[in-house]
Write a protein that binds this ligand. Structure first.
Ligand code: G2I
Length: 444
């Protein structure tokens, strides 16, 4: 779908108009600036997106760090705490202390939590590094199952497999102990993750995929193959560790993946300082905003001094001051963009649901589309998780059980039966913030 044909900008206009009238009602004169949110998370949320940061459990005691984190970001990714070496230091012995610290921090902020990363050739515990063949495959799949089960229902998107493709011109897989267990190790990991946590979006994540190139095309071909064979994949992460330039096909590359029917996310953004840092940040932000299925951006750290890189690649300097790159990102976010649909992954095979939102300060109207899977549906229920402070006031074309927290919407008489692939819509109105998580549809 092209941005031109997408109804998103119209919804943005509705949002803006309503926001402006609320501001007038409150007697604030500066109506002209009413649309501009003043933090990264709030401005990304205006188009239904998140703006996140990779964070480290060991830094949460740093008050400057935590102040910026809680003010600016509405998504978090553990920089190291959910990796294999951290969560299963000896085989079968799972340690979730630091991972849980990141999860709790994200929950306390009302932020999305991205899980990173279930399987990767790097940061494996020593015991796994020494394994091969069936023993390694079984250990890897068990790892996916155990960790995804521990975090079941709490993770927005998992990087199920990280960096499995080779650099250079071949477009093929990277050699690793995991790859040597058989080419199907990636799909086995995705299937195990889906079984363990049906609500999480499942991503493949990689770097040097910042344009249409041999490596990104290799990944593109894998995703296309997965989609055609029903391997459960919902999203592709583009790490975007960038230097002093950006490929002219950056946006087109995101778009071609989105056109395969997966979400795309910028997952580890950082950009070398010097040269065009602010411009490159802004180009990446605009590219995401222009691609309907680009659901959010994560920067890989908060201050330059928190970064794994030494070339000051982040949005805040070592003292926590906003850099020019910060302003360029905020301005790009506030300029608006297409509105992504929030669609639940097809977990049960029975039905899926997506929600689109008209939101204003203090309230919203949500329209939910219910789509049957490959078989006809006789009765459906859609669970919508509302953030704290949100309450349903009325619903149409469905009946709701409860008004806060997770609200179940059940079909009414005339719209419970859907043919295979058929769709219907219902809606509800609420006070407070609208739903930001994908609704979950089940048959019955
Ligand atoms: O390398 C940058 C990123 C590339 N994509 C995947 C990401 O997971 C990766 O993150 C980095 C972390 O930012 C680093 O913090 O991954 C590195 C490991 O490959 C992390 O570095 C490790 C150090 O190598 C360890 O010595 C250290 O114990 O961080 C660990 C925890 O501080």
């Amino acid at each position: 779908m092209t941005p031109r044909s997408n109804p998103g900008p119209r919804r943005v206009l509705v949002l803006s108009a309503a926001t402006a009238s609320m501001v007038i009602a409150a007697g604030i004169a500066a109506v002209g600036t009413a649309e501009a949110a003043s933090t990264l998370g709030a401005s990304a949320a205006q188009t239904g997106r998140y703006f996140g940061a990779a964070i480290a459990a060991g830094r949460l005691g740093d008050s400057t760090y935590t102040r910026i984190l809680t003010t600016e970001f509405n998504s978090v990714t553990p920089e190291n705490e959910m990796k294999w070496d951290a969560t299963e230091p000896s085989q079968g012995n799972f340690t979730y202390g630091n991972g849980d610290r990141i999860l709790n921090q994200g929950n306390a902020m009302g932020a999305k939590v991205r899980g990173h990363a279930l399987l990767w050739h790097a940061q494996q515990p020593g015991w796994a590094q020494g394994m091969s063949g069936t023993a390694l495959r079984n250990a890897a799949i068990n790892h996916v199952t155990q960790v995804a089960t521990h975090y079941r229902g709490k993770i927005y998107a998992w990087d199920v497999v990280n960096e499995a493709f080779a650099d250079g011109g071949g477009g093929g897989r990277r050699d690793s102990n995991l790859q040597r267990t058989g080419n199907d190790w990636i799909e086995a990991a995705f299937r195990a993750a889906r079984a363990a946590d049906p609500a999480a979006k499942l991503c493949y994540n990689d770097y040097n995929t910042d344009g249409v190139n041999a490596k990104s095309t290799g990944i593109y071909n894998m995703v296309r193959d997965f989609k055609s064979r029903g391997v459960p994949i919902d999203c592709v992460g583009f790490q975007s560790h960038l230097g002093t330039g950006i490929d002219s096909t950056y946006q087109a590359n995101l778009q071609r993946f989105a056109d395969l029917g997966v979400d795309v996310q910028i997952t580890e953004l950082d950009v070398q300082q010097g040269g065009n840092q602010a411009n490159i940040y802004s180009t990446v932000t605009k590219a995401c905003l222009a691609v309907t299925r680009c659901t959010g951006i994560t920067v890989w750290g908060i201050r330059d001094t928190d970064s794994w890189r030494s070339d000051n690649p982040l949005l805040f300097d070592g003292s926590g001051n906003k850099k020019a790159a910060y302003t360029s990102v905020l301005n790009a976010l506030n300029a608006g963009g297409t509105m992504p649909p929030t669609t639940s992954p097809p977990s049960s095979g029975g039905c899926t649901a997506s929600v689109s939102l008209n939101a204003w300060t203090g309230g919203y109207v949500a329209t939910v589309r219910v789509t049957a899977g490959s078989t006809a549906v006789n009765g459906w229920t859609v669970a919508v998780s509302l953030p704290s402070g949100s309450a349903v006031t009325n619903a149409w074309s469905a009946t709701n059980a409860g008004t806060t927290g997770t609200v179940n919407f059940r079909n009414v008489d005339y719209n419970g039966q859907l043919a295979a692939g058929g769709t219907t819509e219902f809606g509800f109105q609420g006070t407070g913030p609208g739903p930001s998580a994908a609704p979950v549809c089940r048959v019955g």
